[in-house]
Design a protein around this ligand. Structure first.
Ligand code: MRU
Length: 359
């Protein structure tokens, strides 16, 4: 990805410092923040300075590497294991965090020499970050074939490069179709209340990439589908169950139902690290509930250029802020992965997982 002409990843590591694009202030301020210890990393994930399934996964992996680099020989294994436990408690829904952390621990489990274990932990964290970027590039390559020249694509939340290490999942096919295949593509960007990842992040990414788009309030999507204005829906995923059910940002289910009602193909794009082989169906996916203030207030920049929040609901009201919903497999035309496009079904997921790295 390029920001103001310079190559960036969403998250990376320099020595024992984790660097990340601060997504909490985008699109108004572009800032890279330094994460120097576990407490800072947990806070950054909780406060969504970094968010999005793949980016959280990579950050979690780097967190384990950071703990390994900062631990003494005497407390090495205790420090690394407790960092893993604490990081896994930050956000419950996105599977990538668990796949990456468990993957690193499994790979280094038998190593007793702390020097070797440290080296291997850092190497594995980098492996997962690179894997995320490369898997997303391939998702773009496979998914671009679904996009016809002149297509109007709908997407929900931000499943672009900010949600991963690079390229993104749902937006990667759009980037590939435009950049590599020179197709014209127009994107309808769901605003994605309450955190507005669509209006804040997807729109900003598409501006950086010079891809034509417009932001719509979440409740506009169905009307546009009914009017025949949308050709294709591609969304991301935070966790995919063994039967092909998909958890993604709240509002995805409504979009999928409206798409099916209007005969519009609805695709989910995700790297294999998003699949939870231990989750039988969407019913057992843990769904995060976040602070009600995210719904009661709006955040943004005012006319004087100051970042501020404003209350939009009466004092004394409460709000229910459920972060994700589950779209049953029957609404999904296919799952776009780095191995190709598969059926959203038990058989399809089994095929995706054959020989994969999921732990
Ligand atoms: O709560 P967030 O912003 O971390 O949400 C996760 C997501 O990025 C979306 O649900 C997205 O569509 C999944 S793809 C990373």
């Amino acid at each position: 990805m390029k920001v103001n002409g310079k190559d960036y990843r969403t998250v990376w590591m320099e020595g024992s410092v984790i660097k990340m694009i601060d997504q909490a202030l985008l699109p108004h301020r572009f800032n890279v923040i330094d994460i120097k210890n576990l407490e800072e990393l947990k806070k950054a994930i909780n406060d969504m300075n970094i968010r999005g399934a793949g980016a959280i996964g990579a950050a979690g992996g780097y967190g384990i590497a950071q703990a390994a680099l900062q631990a003494n020989d005497a407390d090495f294994f205790a420090k690394v294991n407790s960092a893993a436990d604490e990081l896994k408690r930050t956000r419950p829904t996105a599977q990538n965090l668990f796949t990456v952390i468990d993957g690193i621990l499994k790979k280094t489990a038998g190593i007793r020499d702390t020097g070797k274990a440290r080296e291997e932990t850092v190497k594995e964290a980098q492996y997962y970050a690179d894997l995320d970027a490369e898997s997303c590039r391939k998702i773009g390559m496979y998914g671009a074939g679904l996009i016809k020249d002149g297509a109007k694509v709908s997407t929900h939340c931000n499943a672009g490069w900010l949600a991963f290490v690079d390229w993104g999942s749902a937006l990667s096919p759009v980037y590939y179709a435009v950049k590599e295949e020179k197709k014209n593509v127009f994107v309808y960007v769901d605003e994605t209340r309450p955190r507005c990842q669509g209006a804040n992040l997807t729109a900003w990414e598409l501006l950086q990439e010079k891809i034509p788009h417009t932001i719509i309030a979440d409740n506009v999507t169905g009307a546009l589908m009914w009017k025949g204005k949308i050709d294709l829906v591609i969304v991301g995923a935070d966790r995919i169950a063994r039967n092909g059910d998909v958890a993604n940002k709240i509002g995805t289910y409504s979009s999928a139902v409206a798409a099916k009602e209007n005969g519009i193909p609805f695709y989910v794009a995700a790297p294999i690290t998003t699949i939870d082989p231990n989750c039988e169906s969407g019913k057992s996916i843990p769904i995060e509930e976040r602070n009600q203030d995210e719904t009661l207030y709006m955040y943004g920049i005012n006319d004087s250029g100051n970042y501020s929040r404003v209350r939009i609901a009466p004092e004394g009201c409460t709000a229910l802020n459920i972060g994700f919903d589950v779209t049953p497999a029957e609404y999904i035309k296919g799952i776009i992965t780095e191995k190709g496009i598969f059926q959203a079904s038990e058989k399809g997921v089994e095929e995706i997982l054959k020989g994969s790295i999921n732990v």
